[in-house]
Design a binder for this molecule. Structure first.
Ligand SMILES: [Zn+2]
Ligand SMILES: [Zn+2]
Length: 163
């Protein structure tokens, strides 16, 4: 049995001791602090990136991805965030979404739009062919892309028949 200290090691039983192996000295441990700060900075950057629509990502893929990750707060916070970032001139967005029953982010998918069945992933479709969660296969397929400034859904989405 040995004791290892920052200054060396010694055997608990017997006289063996020596300068190596050594634990990192206090100086080395201090070096970890900037690394931790760097990680925190990266995390902050990452959440900004996470909350930003990808290039050409459509409104619905973005909102669906955000609601999956952060939930719905009963407002159109992600839809309006997309609009503000990508299509600031689409001032009628809330009204248009309201017309399809989308008065909050999750209602866009509950009432307004669903993913076309051919894009459902195998895990999202039960044996009898019914989608277990048609609106949000996990993970979502890659957005098919829309032109910049558009608030139209990409080809993954169609208007739900329920409306
Ligand atoms: Zn909601
Ligand atoms: Zn899309």
């Amino acid at each position: 049995m040995y004791v290892v200290t920052p200054h060396g090691w010694a055997a608990m039983l017997g006289d063996w001791r020596g300068p190596t192996p050594t634990l990192p000295s206090g100086d080395v441990l201090m070096d970890c602090v900037p690394v931790v700060q760097e990680a925190e900075r990266l995390l902050t950057d990452a959440s900004d990136v996470l909350l930003t629509p990808e290039p050409r990502e459509c409104l619905l893929c973005y909102v669906s991805r955000m609601v999956d990750a952060f939930g719905c707060d009963c407002s159109l916070r992600f839809a309006t965030r997309y609009r503000d970032l990508r299509a600031p001139r689409a001032t009628s967005l809330e009204r248009r979404l309201g017309q399809v029953g989308g008065f909050c982010d999750c209602e866009i998918f509950l009432n307004g739009y669903g993913m076309l069945p051919r894009y459902w992933l195998p895990g999202a479709v039960a044996n009898n062919g019914d989608a277990t969660d048609a609106s949000s296969p996990d993970p979502l397929p890659q957005c098919l892309g829309v032109r910049r400034g558009s608030t139209q859904p990409c080809g993954l989405w169609h208007r739900s028949r329920r409306c």
